[in-house]
Design a protein around this ligand. Structure first.
Ligand code: ATP
Ligand code: MG
Length: 753
């Protein structure tokens, strides 16, 4: 492990597993379904799975989870391999396909049937879902649930033989129709589909479902840690049930982490496919797409994507990351690899009247700014006719406009100071030309003590290269496309692509080739499009503009990032000891709040309002304050409406106080509430999250953990009392955080003597 890499909860689990000797070698997998191109969310999963394998000297398999013949394709599989490789990861010879396991999976299904643990069910889809019941109501057994093993085997074999039409029968696991986890109510394992598969051809008309194929493929490959996204949390019970009831070479475990969501971005493969099919974009690799192929073509580097994955980290709660943070990461990466050049996107002609006609000169221009430790320069020709950008001139400039205007002076980057003397207009009154004069003594930009505020980019008209520039912007114009329940595609940003032809680039860019990166000064970072460019005629994609809204927002929130001068004038942040406001003081005295919480809630605003309202339902002011101040997302402080009421927050606090939930479970419930999950009591019911406070229920788990970890117990008995924490952790993990921690340590201490 590299010391500077932050530990996430999955790496902590792996550390504990290695310490306990549960595994010698860590094996992970990245399991895409080849039904679309990979996107930036997948990049996070790839970095996590392959990153863990690299850090622990293990391996990461690339496995195509290809069990749906109608949506999968070899083109997608190839694109996925290309993208994983481009991201910088290597699966060596560990390339697998679930479709290669079909025969083996089928045999495992027969094993389940023979054990009386699976049955063929003839109910149709609607009936199955009606029989399944609801969260408040147990399901009813299918009329086919009690078929004999012999009958099930015969039916299943006939299903395989192609004797029944699509949808007429399924194979189901026989688990528990009354389980609190609805997924366990006899989940479907196999369905009939008479369809051609891109790899297995027409050999099969019976296909395993994800819940069956996934855990068993993991077990077949000896995966130790099967990492997936949170929406599979409830499927974990099926996963465990299957690997516990079948004869398999390994016993993998599933862990869930939060998927990556980004503002202004859609991450559903289905929706991305729709964008492609409806030709809203030019293809999967359209530079506006959040696909890896699109980002690559836009000019994003694998290093930037990996840095972003590290930066967003691995969390257990779903959240949405600001696209601006991605763009910020991108600028940091591109800054050091993009030489600075000049390109005028929207040209306006300038004539330098006092520059001799027919003459030109070459200026030496560094390619890198002072703060990038790289060297190199090129020659920039300067002459009588130039172009500057339309937006850099104003005939009637507003007060804070420091660019060119009649009678004003500006500096031209790497060149001279010029002054605008006259304006030439067409009959319609549009400015078509600026007549300027230059100051020969300012060559290289030295204004000789004169105060010149603006520096403009420019190119020599005689030497400029005409280029096409594609200005990409966010694909969607709202933070969460489709947030109001409407069609997300209705939120597409009509201005997401602006193509500018006739842009004027400095002559050195004539030799730019596909894949080159530049910063066009004052404009942004650009990438030479690999498909549209031809030799001598590069087409430039704007990867990202220079304006960094994220850095600005971060600087505002964190006074440390402000420049020194500004900081000296700004009022100091109140120190912890500084006097509380009378309102805050009152909260300390009346409700016993800590000064820190009182400081926050002492200010009028949405948090205080929530606190007051919740207090009317539940009297534990300190508990409520802790939830509000420490656990709510930062946007809540700014007044972003929460998807739950004060009453529900009070209910959460009371569930902790009455011992139903531990603090850790409370946080889980809050995370659900923030996702719009409803009332805490309903969430507790739905997720089966009650704290286990009954010693009789916990004792068997404690005993099992002690029996399985004899080596750790021996260390405890030899005097290493620190391992008590590790053992407690294992019991908590076994109960998925539901055991009362105090009770667990008590039980452990009783047994360890
Ligand atoms: P679908 O299942 O709808 O086709 P998917 O995005 O889940 O789409 P998979 O090919 O099944 O596609 O995903 C492969 C792996 O990538 C899975 O382990 C999945 O959990 C993970 N993954 C998918 N989307 C994200 C995301 N936004 N953030 C992190 N990991 C993701
Ligand atoms: Mg999936």
């Amino acid at each position: 492990m590299t010391a500077d890499r932050p530990k996430d909860f999955i790496r902590e689990i792996i550390d504990a597993d290695l310490a306990a000797g549960r595994h010698q070698k860590i094996v992970t997998r990245f399991p895409p379904e080849p039904n679309g191109y990979l996107h930036i969310g997948h990049a996070k999963s790839i970095c996590l799975n392959f990153g863990i394998a690299r850090d622990y000297g293990g391996v990461c398999h690339l496995r195509f989870d290809d069990t749906n013949p109608t949506t999968e394709d070899a083109e997608y599989a190839e694109a996925i391999m290309r993208d994983v490789r481009w991201l910088g990861f290597d699966w060596g010879d560990k390339l697998f396909y679930a479709s290669d396991y079909y025969e083996r999976l089928y045999q495992l299904a027969e094993e389940l049937i023979e054990k009386g643990l699976a049955y063929v069910c003839d109910l149709n889809e609607d009936e199955i879902s009606a029989y399944r019941g609801s969260i408040t109501e147990a399901g009813r057994p299918s009329p086919h649930r009690e078929r004999t093993v012999a009958e099930n085997l015969q039916l299943f074999r006939s299903m395989r033989a192609g004797e029944y039409p699509d949808g007429s029968r399924v194979l189901r696991a026989k688990i528990d129709m009354a389980s609190a986890n609805m997924k366990l109510r006899d989940p479907l394992l196999y369905r009939i589909k008479h369809a051609h598969h891109y790899r297995s051809g027409d050999r099969w008309c019976l296909y395993p479902l994800y819940d069956f194929a996934h855990p068993l493929s993991d077990a077949i490959e000896g995966i130790t840690h099967s990492i997936c996204t949170l929406e599979f949390e409830n499927n974990r019970d099926i996963y465990d049930w299957l690997v516990d009831h079948l004869t398999l070479p390994a016993r993998p475990r599933q862990y869930e982490f939060a998927r990556l969501n980004l503002t202004y971005t859609l991450m559903s493969k289905r929706k991305l496919l729709q964008l492609v099919e409806e030709e809203r974009v030019s293809g999967w690799d359209d530079p506006r797409m959040p696909t890896i192929a699109g980002l690559r073509r836009r000019g994003v580097t694998p290093e930037a994507l990996r840095a972003f994955a590290t930066r967003v980290g691995v969390a257990k709660n779903n959240s949405t990351v600001e696209l601006a943070l991605f763009e910020h990461t991108l600028r940091e990466d591109l800054n050091e690899r993009s030489p600075r050049v000049l390109c005028v996107l929207d040209p306006l002609e300038v004539v330098i009247e006092n520059y001799p006609e027919g003459q030109s000169e070459e200026l030496d221009a560094a390619l890198w700014p002072h703060d990038v430790p790289k060297e190199g320069s090129r020659k920039l020709p300067f002459g009588r006719r130039l172009f500057i950008d339309q937006s850099d001139f104003s005939e009637n400039p507003p007060k804070d406009f420091f660019r060119l205007a009649p009678g004003r002076e500006v500096r031209l980057r790497h060149a001279y100071v010029i002054r605008c003397d006259r304006v030439v207009k067409d009959p319609a009154g549009n400015v078509t030309q600026l007549i300027c004069s230059y100051d020969p003594s300012t060559r290289g930009g030295d204004a000789g003590g004169r105060k010149i505020k603006g520096t403009l980019h420019w190119v020599s008209a005689e030497h400029a290269v005409d280029v096409e520039v594609r200005l990409y912007d966010r694909l969607f114009s709202v933070e969460i496309p489709g947030a109001g329940g409407g069609d997300p595609l209705a939120d597409l940003n009509p201005g997401s692509l602006v193509v500018r032809t006739g842009c004027k680039a400095e002559p050195s860019l004539r030799s730019a080739v596909a894949g080159d990166r530049f910063q066009f000064e004052r404009e942004g970072f650009f990438f030479v499009d690999p498909l549209a460019s031809r030799p001598g005629a590069p087409v430039f994609n704007r990867t990202v503009s220079l304006k960094d809204s994220w850095a600005k927002a971060a600087a505002k929130a964190e006074p440390k990032a402000e420049p020194r001068a500004a900081k000296a004038k700004a009022p100091e942040k109140p120190s912890a000891r500084e006097a509380l406001s009378p309102e805050a003081q009152a909260l300390v005295e009346r409700h016993g709040l800590s000064p820190e919480d009182a400081r926050v809630l002492g200010e009028p605003g949405p948090l205080r309002a929530l606190f007051d309202a919740a207090l009317a339902f539940h009297g534990n002011a300190r508990g409520l304050a802790a939830w509000i101040v420490n656990e709510l997302p930062p946007e809540a402080r700014a007044g972003k409406p929460l998807p739950f009421s004060a009453r529900e927050l009070a209910e959460l606090s009371s569930l902790i106080d009455d011992g139903t939930l531990s603090g850790a479970l409370g946080k889980k419930v809050l995370a659900e509430m923030l996702q719009g999950g409803g009332s805490p009591k309903a969430i507790v019911e739905r997720l089966g999250l009650k704290q286990i406070g009954d010693p009789a229920a916990l004792a068997p788990v404690v005993d099992r953990i002690l029996a399985e970890n004899a080596a750790i117990v021996a260390r405890y008995k030899a005097g290493n009392k620190n391992v008590l924490g590790a053992l407690t952790g294992m019991v908590l993990k076994e109960t998925r955080g539901q055991a009362n921690p105090k009770l667990v340590s008590q039980l452990l201490l009783d047994r360890l003597g």
